[in-house]
Design a protein around this ligand. Structure first.
Ligand SMILES: *[C@@H]1O[C@H](CO)[C@@H](O)[C@H](O)[C@H]1NC(C)=O
Length: 164
C-alpha cells in the first residue's frame, strides 16, 4: 500500500518534469503588428523554434523579416508595415507644383518610392542654390514633403536686400 502510493507520487513527479521540459522555451501568442496581420493559423502555444508569417495590408511596405520565430520563450522581432503616401493636390497647388510624370498620378505611393514634380508656369524652385534633385521627393512612412515653387517676381524682391 505504502509502496504503491510512493510509486504513484514518483510517476506524478516524473510526468510533471517531462511536461516542464517540453514546455521549456515555448511561446504564447505571437506579437500583433500595425497595418498588417498574421497569415499563419494561430494556436495557444508555440514550440521553441516554430514560426508565424506576417503580411502587410495592401500598399504597405514590409520592412524586416516576414516571419517571427519562437526562441526560448520569446518571439523574435516581427516585421514593420510602413504606410504609403497619398498625393495631395491641395499641397501641390499651394506650392505651385505639377507632376513631372503622368504615371505618378496614382492613389498610393509606396514607402521608399520617389515622386518628381515640376514648377507650374512662371515659377521656379524656392531653394535657388540646390539644383536637380530638389523637386524629387521620397515617400517616408506615409509622409511626403512638398518642395516649393515661387513666382519669379517674389524671388527678385527677396534677393535685392542681399546685394546692398
Ligand atoms: C530552443 O531552440 C534553440 C535553437 O534551436 C536552442 O539553441 C535552444 O537551446 C532551445 N531552447 C530550449 C529551452 O529548448
Amino acid at each position: 500500500m505504502r509502496l504503491k502510493n510512493l510509486t504513484f507520487i514518483i510517476i506524478l513527479i516524473i510526468s510533471g518534469e517531462l511536461y516542464a521540459e517540453e514546455s521549456k522555451g515555448m511561446c504564447t501568442s505571437p506579437p500583433l503588428i500595425k497595418h498588417g496581420v498574421i497569415i499563419s493559423s494561430t494556436v495557444d502555444t508555440y514550440e521553441n523554434g516554430s514560426s508565424v508569417e506576417y503580411r502587410c495590408f495592401d500598399h504597405h511596405f514590409l520592412e524586416g523579416s516576414r516571419e517571427a520565430y519562437c526562441l526560448d520563450g520569446m518571439w523574435t522581432t516581427p516585421p514593420l508595415c510602413l504606410e504609403p503616401c497619398t498625393l495631395s493636390f491641395t499641397e501641390m497647388e499651394k506650392n505651385n507644383l505639377l507632376l513631372k510624370w503622368d504615371f505618378d498620378n496614382r492613389p498610393h505611393i509606396l514607402h521608399g518610392e520617389y515622386i518628381e514634380f515640376i514648377c507650374r508656369g512662371d515659377t521656379y524652385p524656392a531653394e535657388l542654390y540646390i539644383t536637380g534633385s530638389i523637386l524629387r521627393m521620397q515617400c517616408d512612412r506615409g509622409q511626403l514633403k512638398y518642395p516649393r515653387c515661387i513666382p519669379r517676381q517674389s524671388t527678385l524682391s527677396y534677393q535685392e536686400p542681399l546685394r546692398t
